[in-house]
Design a protein around this ligand. Structure first.
Ligand code: ASP
Length: 340
């Protein structure tokens, strides 16, 4: 036995990567991917860590995941944290960026890599991207310099809470706007995140059920529509605005938004643009939102903006003080989600 090998725990949640063909189409096959990882000599060859697999039951299509699934993944990492040098979360691609963002807030002070990966094409299919993604993630998960939550896909290691799924079919399915890859195998380039504290004790904050939502502005959306949607999300609303954070400045809209924030709702001004983000004051439309109580999301991804809101609202304490602290902390960089 090679005693220099690092130990990596694979948390296999589901996704296309481990699916097999059936008469009804692709479906997850329990035991299949775990068996490949256990039995294929290639995963035990030089350069690979020693691997243990925790397989979820049932295996999930990630479109079916909810915050309780994030809680389970984070809890499974936490309870095994001391036993491994790193973690690979095998996950469907559809909501991988959401899970990565959520985990980056829920698991603070990570001194080890937690790398999410999956594939566009199942491992069983010829020409699949599964082996390259899985093997790359396993190798990087044994490198302490890549501590933190990341996504490894198509040769690139991306910061988890800066990642967005930007293509539904290409192998290069993920991008990280405004933020360079931490490592790019294709460019033979690596710029690891600042060294993490290996000795720090990881903390786990589960996400609690909160009533938050997203409202995307479009030309012609009515104030009544916005008001109706806000009533269904009393805790927090991400308002997806135009350009650098602009909306109509109509008095009626501002009254509705003001009423919402005064009632305790946390209103976030998030730009629909993939890059650049919100810059309050360039246009009067963003200043009006600020006056109505909206908090700028800077250049956070939508996934980070929403999971950060859920995380901040999940802190323990009296509701009013949780809300007040959430408002104050929202603009701060908590887990590398904001790029200066
Ligand atoms: N629908 C699948 C999922 O997200 C797609 C994939 O894995 O690529 O689980």
């Amino acid at each position: 036995m090679d005693n220099d090998k690092k130990n990596v725990c694979v948390i296999y949640t589901g996704g296309t990567i481990g699916m097999v063909h059936s008469e009804a189409g692709l479906r997850p096959e329990p035991g299949f991917l775990s068996g490949v990882l256990r039995d294929s000599p290639v995963f035990h060859s030089e350069g690979f860590p020693r691997i243990d697999v925790v397989e979820y039951e049932p295996l999930l299509d990630s479109s079916d995941m909810a915050p309780d699934d994030w809680n389970r993944i984070a809890g499974d990492i936490c309870s095994r944290y001391r036993d491994y040098d790193g973690f690979v979360v095998v996950h469907g691609t559809d909501t991988m960026a959401w899970t990565a963002s959520a985990l980056s807030f829920m698991l603070q002070h990570l001194g080890k890599p937690v790398i999410l990966t999956g594939s566009q094409i199942p491992l069983v299919d010829e020409g699949s991207d599964a082996f390259a993604n899985l093997s790359g993630a396993l190798r990087l998960a044994s490198c302490p310099e890549f501590a933190g939550v990341t996504v490894f896909f198509d040769g690139q290691l991306l910061r988890g809470n800066r990642t967005v799924k930007t293509h539904s079919r290409k192998f290069s399915a993920f991008s990280s706007p405004d933020s360079p890859a931490l490592s790019d195998i294709r460019a033979d380039d690596a710029s690891p995140a600042p060294a993490a504290d290996q000795q720090a004790t990881v903390t786990f904050t589960p996400i609690q059920p909160v009533k938050c939502g997203v409202i995307t502005l479009f030309p012609g959306i009515s104030v009544e529509q916005i008001e109706t949607m806000l009533t269904a999300m009393p805790d927090g609303a991400i308002l997806r605005t135009f350009g650098s954070g602009n909306s109509s400045q109509s008095d009626d809209l501002m009254k509705v938004l003001r009423r919402y924030t005064l009632a305790g709702g946390i209103l976030i001004n998030h730009s629909q643009c993939l890059g650049g983000g919100v810059d309050v004051g360039i246009y009067a439309g963003s200043s009006a939102l600020q006056q109505a109580g909206a908090i700028p999301a800077g250049n956070m991804t939508l996934e980070a903006a929403m999971t950060k809101l859920m995380f901040l609202l999940s802190q323990e304490g009296e509701r009013e003080s949780v809300i007040a602290t959430a408002r104050d902390r929202y603009v701060l960089n908590i887990a590398g989600e904001l790029i200066a």
